[in-house]
Design a protein around this ligand. Structure first.
Ligand SMILES: Cc1ncc(C[n+]2csc(CCOP(=O)(O)OP(=O)(O)O)c2C)c(N)n1
Ligand code: SF4
Length: 552
């Protein structure tokens, strides 16, 4: 298709508008959208008489550029090597480019966190070299709220399609806007569910066919298209709401300005900003990229008028009854002062050291695995409670199936002197394997030089883990003899504390005393803790001598 048409573009270097006759628009558009590598930006300073094949008759030279904010390569699948995953002519690529350039120009790359949705743009994190989070369908404004509130100096972007934002995520966007969250939302409205093959979206036009409205959308049956920009503009707390379109270069330049403005508003801490972007989806619309853009002009813009619906900063009323700002540790009563006290309070008569615990590690990563009902998750919770009382940073990440009993379960426990980056542990220092299944499943993950504590009298004959120390502890039998198999996890806890010296057994006792309400079970647990420690001292490590701090 060799359409002759005039496009006008803005040279970002000179801010001058230039005009160019394009003879093979399809090629230019397809490359531009699919590869994100052809900017379609024109230089006005080339020599009009030059024989450069890239120069056109007007002396303008296309400049192939990619924002340095994008990763160099979009490596995903071998067949998509170095291409984006978007279809040719898709508006997502253009929207990405405008956002990347704005972030770059405003110098915001290092403080940006991009929240990707579910939809065709689910993989936005393949492209943007910024902080990235991908969230469940429709939940991006809620996640963005949490991220922004915990890092108010960050630039948080919620990027969403119309299925994501206006269907499953209607509540999240309305409430985020109503709260005036200081986030920026880019709402890519292509009137359809792209990723799942063309179901009707809330924004599907009246009469438009989709797989779920095969005779065309009928207001009498499916309702009218939802106008999100207008709807949000009725709320009090919003600051900036504009609808733009990726239909032609003039409108793309307007979209570019709106995207910048929305980010500037967030940068200045002014409040909630929202840009709805009418965007082509040639594949699902069954059109080529050029027809798709024209269709935006002919059909979408009349139904979704382009407008700045709201552009006014809001002074939030000061309530005068702000809640006191207390730290989490203070609220939970686990400030270091309290922690030190609670350890020191444990009576020496119980054979426990009363001095402040010394941690000889930077961090310890522990994975505890077994069947549901073996106290796997509880053991992790007890350890983090102990860690908190000893003034450590802690995290606990459970993973379990739907079964209440007997399904497999595991949890990740981090104890650290420094803030914890991620609660997920790939290579634990210690694996507590409560059964053979967990031993076999997770042993290979343990870091070289680490420890496996196995709940069993002996190791399976064919099991070996040459790079780690493996200790078999008949914990279930020991707990049985003490009066309750339920205390198996506490035997393992005693063994863990004795073997790794990560936490003081005095803290363990104080935690058990606070948590176990039944006195008879508490007594068994106390004995189980001691039995686990003694097993390591007397049987697993014969000859170890107890030190004054309670460790061997
Ligand atoms: C909870 C949940 N429900 C449904 C889906 C299926 N699903 C995936 S993407 C999508 C619609 C995406 O459409 P849109 O937000 O318009 O984005 P586009 O693909 O057009 O960019 C749906 C319904 C899902 N992944 N998760
Ligand atoms: S299906 Fe539509 S929205 Fe999805 S990548 Fe293709 S053109 Fe873009």
């Amino acid at each position: 298709m060799a359409n002759e048409s005039v496009i006008s573009v803005m040279d970002p270097q000179t801010e001058l508008e230039a005009h160019l006759e394009v003879k093979s628009e399809v090629t230019l558009e397809a490359k531009s959208d699919a590869n994100l590598k052809v900017g379609g930006i024109l230089k006005s300073n080339s020599d009009p008489d030059s024989n450069d094949p890239n120069s056109n008759d007007n002396g303008y030279e296309p400049v192939h550029s990619r924002s340095p904010l994008f990763y160099d390569l979009f490596e995903r699948k071998s067949e998509l090597k170095n291409q984006t995953h978007y279809c040719p002519g898709c508006g997502h690529g253009v929207a990405h480019k405008l956002i990347a350039e704005a972030l770059q120009d405003l110098g915001l790359q290092d403080k940006t966190i991009f929240v990707s949705p579910v939809g065709c743009s689910v993989f936005a994190y393949y492209y943007f070299d910024v902080g990235n989070v991908q969230v469940a369908h429709g939940r991006a404004p809620a996640a963005a709220t949490a991220i922004k509130r915990s890092g108010p100096d960050k630039i948080v972007i919620s990027y969403q399609g119309d299925g994501d934002l206006a269907a499953i995520g209607t509540a999240e966007i309305v409430h985020a806007a109503n709260r005036g969250e200081k986030i920026t939302v880019f709402f890519v409205n292509n009137g359809i569910y792209g990723m799942t093959g063309g179901q009707m979206a809330p924004t599907t036009l009246v009469g438009m066919k989709s797989t779920t409205s095969p005779w065309g959308r009928r207001p009498s049956n499916e309702g009218f298209p939802l106008h999100m920009a207008e709807l949000l503009a009725t709320l009090e707390a919003r600051v900036y709401i504009e609808r733009v379109a990726l239909s032609d270069n003039k409108n793309i330049m307007k979209a570019r300005r709106a995207i910048r403005k929305a980010l500037e508003i967030q940068r200045d801490g002014a409040g909630f900003s929202f840009v709805e972007i009418l965007s082509p989806c040639p594949t699902i619309w069954g059109k080529d990229p050029v027809e798709a853009k024209r269709w935006i002009v002919d059909k979408m813009i009349p139904a979704f008028p382009l407008n700045a619906f709201r552009d006014r900063r809001l002074e939030m009323p000061v309530s005068g009854n702000e809640p006191p700002q207390r730290s989490v540790a203070d609220v939970l009563g686990i400030t270091p002062r309290v922690a030190a006290k609670s350890v020191a309070q444990v009576s020496p008569s119980k054979g426990v050291n009363s001095s402040k615990p010394v941690h000889r590690f930077k961090d310890v990563k522990i994975k505890i695995a077994g069947f549901g009902g073996q106290g796997v998750l509880l053991l992790g919770q007890l350890l983090i409670e102990m860690g908190m009382r000893e003034g450590l940073e802690v995290s606990w990440l459970p993973s379990y199936g739907p079964e209440m009993r007997s399904g497999s379960a595991h949890c990740h426990v981090c104890l650290s002197k420094e803030r914890i980056g991620s609660p997920l542990i790939s290579h634990p220092d210690v694996l507590v394997a409560m059964n053979e299944f967990s031993l076999r499943k997770f042993a290979h993950e343990v870091a070289s030089g680490g420890v496996i504590l196995y709940n069993g009298a002996t190791l399976p004959a064919d099991f070996s883990a040459p790079e780690v120390q493996v200790v078999a502890i008949p914990a279930a039998e020991i707990a049985d003899k003490l009066g309750s198999t339920k205390a198996t996890n506490i035997v393992m806890m005693g063994a863990l504390l004795e073997e790794t010296e990560c936490l003081a057994s005095g803290t363990a006792l104080s935690v058990l005393e606070d948590k176990v309400k039944k006195l008879d079970l508490l007594e068994i647990d106390r004995n189980a803790l001691t039995a686990g420690r003694l097993f390591i001292d007397e049987q697993a490590r014969v000859g170890a001598v107890s030190q004054p701090d309670g460790f061997a």
